[in-house]
Ligand binder design. Structure first.
Ligand code: BES
Ligand code: MN
Ligand code: ZN
Length: 506
């Protein structure tokens, strides 16, 4: 999809479709009003007839637009003008693209990006538009054999109008950054949507390796099981015992800043299929456990965005990846293993495997002398129960880092909600037989999982993102969401801006 930025009067340029908004109670937006004037009152009469009232989410396609240079006009309901903020703005955009997707329109100009959105500037409006439009034309049908089920979307070119000529350069930067984030999300979605018989740990390693082609600043290394054995990753290897599929530890190093600048380390859970192991899961919806590598996919997607944008920052992605299967050599409840940190773990439930592979990757991350470490994991069903599908769970041992992530989430729309990481919960992980158990009971399941990881992150500032509820959608929208690529990329962009401000102060 191609995007360009303009600041023009609607109807004076040739276009297959002009997209303009109408507020509730039939109030034309500024662009709609100017188009109305040009067309001799067309929009006023359509709205008067009552076909569109301007309620949020309504759309109406007009197939002729007299006296304008457009073939069609798409009217989009915006809701109440005084309530026009992030949510109705996003809804208007997605409804507009959903309507265009059903038509043969190859190109369109959007006048939604020049609306006033509460507390948001042109950069934000354009970036959201790019990400929403790209997200809604994403399709995953590479595994359908019949071409008629793969109908291509006609829309190929979108022009986004900004209110002022002086906003054009901010708009163009927003296109560039939005496109990179969308490319990262597409990559993450593809990996998430692929079934586990294709998307194996080796496949993830291959996808990571392919990032070296995106820019010279990326270096990828992959440890196999023998190498992990030498390093001493007893917890990761314990999970890998149950499957024939070889486990990997993937490291992606992106050097965007000078050598010696401490990197941001992103650790992504890469369980390519989670049966639960010997503590096997029920059959119902078990297919969804192919998404249990979504943390890993978001790390690969984010590093792709970094490389594409050439961000001036050092970032390292660390991906522990394996299947969790109930094979003959699989770990059993009661088994005690030794992690890379030297701490011993009694496995009381083999389905709590994410924390086992993550704890070794977190210890391994110390060697990069990180500025901060953020892990991303589809870690607990409890998080889905607590927070649903809107925010990811956030727990951290460092409040300024948590604040940075909350802020990046709010700006990008890929939001997080903080849960308490309190010492009191650690008691739930006590056992008579080892340093800790790998589960802490039903109460506060997301928090005790984070408490487990906390024991391996004492050497640095760390945050944990539980994306069990946000990484994919169920129902008729079933599929990977590409989250939290926008959040993580935004966090990194903000870190770069902070660095720039510091240099300016000097
Ligand atoms: N991958 C799952 C978490 C999960 C469950 C994500 C449902 C999305 C939807 C994780 O490995 C797991 O099985 N967690 C257990 C932990 C429990 C055994 C303490 C869970 O949440 O039930
Ligand atoms: Mn599990
Ligand atoms: Zn899992």
């Amino acid at each position: 999809m191609e995007f360009s930025i303009k600041s023009t009067v609607p109807g004076k340029h040739r276009s297959a479709c002009i997209v303009v908004g109408v507020f509730e109670s039939k109030q034309l937006s500024a662009s709609a009003a100017s188009l109305d004037k040009l067309s001799g009152g067309l929009l006023t009469s359509v709205v008067k007839r009552g076909d569109i009232e301007g309620k949020s989410g309504q759309t109406l396609m007009l197939h002729s637009a007299p006296k304008t240079l457009a073939e069609r006009i798409l009217l989009v309901g915006l809701g109440k003008q005084e309530e026009f903020g992030d949510i109705p703005y996003r809804k208007a955009l997605s409804k507009a693209v959903a309507t265009l997707k059903e038509t043969a329109v190859p190109e369109a100009i959007f006048y939604l990006t020049d609306l006033d959105v509460k507390d948001r500037d042109s950069y934000w409006k354009v970036r959201q538009a790019v990400e929403i439009i790209r997200g809604s034309v994403y399709q995953f049908n590479q595994l359908k054999s019949k071409k008629e089920n793969n109908k291509a979307i006609a829309l190929k070119k979108v022009t986004l109008d900004v209110a002022n000529k002086r906003d054009i350069s901010a708009g163009e930067r927003a296109v560039r950054e939005g496109q990179a984030i969308a490319d990262g999300m597409d990559l993450a979605k593809n990996m998430g949507n692929l079934p586990a018989n294709i998307c194996t740990p080796s496949y993830l390693a291959k996808q990571a390796k392919a990032l070296e082609k995106v820019g010279k600043k990326i270096k990828v290394t992959v440890l196999d099981e023998a190498a992990m054995e030498r390093v001493g990753m007893g917890a990761l290897l314990a999970v890998a015992r149950g499957t024939h599929e070889p486990a990997k530890l993937i490291t992606i190093e992106y050097a965007g800043a000078k050598k010696g600048d401490k990197p941001v380390v992103l650790v992504g859970k890469g369980v390519t299929f989670d049966t639960g192991g010997i503590s096997i899961k029920p059959a119902q919806a078990m297919d969804e456990m192919k998404y249990d590598m979504s943390g890993a996919a978001s790390v690969i997607g984010t590093l792709r965005a970094c490389a594409q944008l050439q961000l001036p920052i050092n970032v390292v992605g660390v991906i522990p990846t394996t299947e969790n299967m109930p094979g003959g050599s699989a770990i059993k409840p009661g088994d005690i293993i030794t992690s890379l940190s030297g701490q011993t773990i009694e496995i009381l439930n083999t389905d709590a495997e994410g924390r086992l592979i993550l704890c070794d990757a977190l210890t391994y991350s110390e060697r990069f002398k990180p500025a901060v470490v953020i892990d991303i994991a589809t870690l607990t069903g409890a998080c889905v129960i607590a927070l649903g599908k809107h925010p990811s769970g956030l727990l951290s041992n460092d409040q300024p880092l948590a604040q940075d992530l909350l802020q990046a989430g709010d700006f990008s729309g890929d939001r997080v909600w903080q849960l308490p990481l309190w010492e009191e919960y650690q008691d739930q992980l006590k056992t008579n037989f080892a340093d800790m158990a790998n589960v802490g009971g039903r109460e506060g399941g997301t928090i005790t999982a984070a408490c487990f990881l906390w024991r391996f992150t004492k050497q640095y500032r760390w945050a944990h993102l539980d994306i069990a509820g946000t990484a994919w959608l169920g129902g008729d929208q079933k599929g990977s969401t590409g989250r939290p690529v926008p959040l993580l990329t935004q966090y990194l962009i903000n870190q770069c801006d902070k660095g720039r401000e510091k240099t300016l102060e000097k």
